[in-house]
Design a protein around this ligand. Structure first.
Ligand SMILES: Cc1ncc(COP(=O)(O)O)c(C=O)c1O
Length: 389
C-alpha cells in the first residue's frame, strides 16, 4: 500500500469519527459511556439545568449602531489612562502581573480615601460577585436578593450551586427589608442604583439590613458614579458589609474588565483565598490605576451623562412613556402605546439597540442606556415617528 492510499483511508476513518462525534455532541451534550452504556452528561446537574447568563448584544466594532443596551459610558476613557496604555513596554508583559494589583489598589485608596488593605480587586465587579458566592454560599448557605435586579446574581448562584431566594420588590421599588431579614442569607446582594430600575436604596434601609443580618451584605454600586449617594461609609460601621464598584460604567473602561470591593480586611481574607492568583492582568492594573487617579475627568463625564439623563427622561415622558426615576446611566421605561417587544424590534431595525428583558415583570418595559445628546436625539426622533405611524 503506498503512502497516499494510507492517507486516503486514514482521512476517511477520521471523517467517520468526526461525524460520529458531531452527532453525539448534538444530542444535548450527552455521551454514551462505552463500558456501562449508561447515558451521562458532561456537566454537573446544576449546570445542565441552568439557562446561562445572556449578555446584551455586542455588535461588531465599526457597525453603524446606536448602542444603548449594556449601559456603557458614551464618552471615551480618561486621556491619561490612554496615554499609559500607549506607552506600555512589551517587557512589562513578559512577567506575571502583581497577584494583588497593588498599583491599582493604591490608586483606589488615594481616590476614595480608604485604606489599602480594605480593597480587593477583580476582573470586573462580576468576578468579585463570583468570588463572594464561591467563598460564602452553597446549598445550605443561601444567596438572597430583591428582584428584579442584575440577572447575574441568579446565574452565579446556579453555577455554584447555591440555594437562592429572590424577594420581589413592590411597584415603587421599596427595599423589602423584613423579608430579606427573614430569608437570612449567607450572602445578601443589593444593587444600588439597581438595574434595571435605576433606583437607589436609602442608606438607612441598608443600615437596618446590615444590623439585622449576620451574613455578608454586598452593596453593588456599579452605577454609583451617576448617583447622588453612596453606602461606602457602611463598611466602617459593619464588618459584614462589602461595597462593590466597577470601572466599566463611570470610567468608560468596560473592555478592560476591572472592578473592586471595599470591606473590612476580616471579610476580605476569605475572598483573597478564593480569587484566581493573577486575576488582574498587567495592562488592566496600569491603565486602571491611571483612570482612578483621573477623578476630575470621570466626574466631568458623569455630569454630562446625568444632565442628558434628565433631558432624555423628560422627552420620553412627553412621548407617552412611563419613566422610572433613575440615578444610573440608564432609564427604565414603559410605552403606554405599544408593547415593549415590538418597540425593541422596531428600534433595532432602525439601528438602535436598547435592552428588552423577556421575563415576567419586565417584558412590558425597556431599559435604555443614556447616550450622548446626539444619540438620545436620534432615539427620540425615531420614537416620535413610531408614535405617529
Ligand atoms: C448591577 C451591576 N453590577 C455589576 C455589573 C458588572 O460590572 P463589571 O463590568 O464590572 O463586571 C453590572 C453590569 O452591567 C451591573 O449592572
Amino acid at each position: 500500500m503506498n503512502t497516499s492510499e494510507t492517507n486516503v483511508t486514514d482521512f476517511t476513518k477520521m471523517d467517520n469519527l468526526k461525524s460520529k462525534i458531531h452527532s453525539l455532541s448534538r444530542d444535548k451534550s450527552k455521551i454514551q459511556n462505552p463500558k456501562s452504556k449508561i447515558l451521562m452528561s458532561y456537566f454537573r446537574p446544576s449546570v445542565d439545568a441552568m439557562v446561562g447568563y445572556v449578555p446584551g448584544e455586542q455588535p461588531l466594532p465599526g457597525t453603524n449602531i446606536i448602542k444603548l443596551n449594556t449601559n456603557e459610558n458614551p464618552y471615551p476613557p480618561s486621556p491619561k489612562a490612554m496615554e499609559v496604555l500607549r506607552n506600555l513596554d512589551g517587557e512589562f508583559l513578559r512577567r506575571y502581573p502583581d497577584p494583588y494589583a497593588n498599583e491599582f489598589r493604591r490608586a483606589i485608596s488615594e481616590a476614595l480615601g480608604v485604606s489599602f488593605d480594605w480593597i480587593i480587586v477583580g476582573n470586573g465587579s462580576d468576578e468579585i460577585l463570583n468570588v463572594l458566592i464561591r467563598a460564602c454560599a452553597d446549598l445550605d448557605r443561601k444567596v438572597v436578593y430583591p428582584s428584579p435586579t442584575y440577572v447575574l446574581y441568579r446565574t452565579l448562584s446556579q453555577i455554584q450551586p447555591a440555594q437562592f431566594i429572590e424577594i420581589p420588590y413592590d411597584e415603587d421599588f421599596c427595599l423589602p427589608i423584613k423579608n430579606l431579614v427573614t430569608a437570612n442569607g449567607a450572602v445578601t446582594l443589593i444593587a444600588s442604583p439597581n438595574s434595571p430600575s435605576g433606583h437607589v436604596v436609602p442608606i438607612d434601609d441598608l443600615r437596618k439590613l446590615a444590623s439585622s443580618l449576620s451574613g455578608v451584605i454586598a452593596i453593588d454600586e456599579a452605577y454609583v458614579d451617576f448617583a447622588e449617594q453612596s453606602a461606602l461609609t457602611l463598611v466602617s460601621e459593619f464588618e459584614n458589609v462589602i461595597v462593590l464598584r466597577t470601572l466599566s460604567k463611570g470610567y468608560s473602561l468596560a473592555g478592560l474588565r476591572l472592578g473592586f470591593g471595599i470591606a473590612n480586611p476580616k471579610l476580605l481574607k476569605g475572598l483573597f483565598k478564593v480569587k484566581d492568583s493573577y486575576n488582574i492582568d498587567a495592562i488592566a492594573c496600569a491603565v486602571g490605576a491611571a483612570a482612578m487617579r483621573d477623578q476630575v475627568y470621570k466626574n466631568e463625564c458623569a455630569q454630562k451623562v446625568k444632565a442628558s439623563r434628565t433631558r432624555l427622561a423628560l422627552k420620553l415622558k412627553q412621548l407617552d412613556f412611563k419613566v422610572w426615576n433613575s440615578q444610573a446611566n440608564f432609564i427604565l421605561v414603559q410605552s403606554l402605546q405599544q408593547t415593549a417587544e415590538k418597540l425593541y424590534l422596531e428600534l433595532k431595525q432602525k439601528g438602535i439597540l436598547v435592552r428588552y428583558f423577556n421575563q415576567p415583570g419586565l417584558d412590558d418595559k425597556l431599559r435604555i442606556t443614556v447616550g450622548t445628546d446626539n444619540q438620545n436625539q436620534i432615539l427620540t426622533d425615531v420614537l416620535t415617528k413610531l408614535n405617529q405611524a
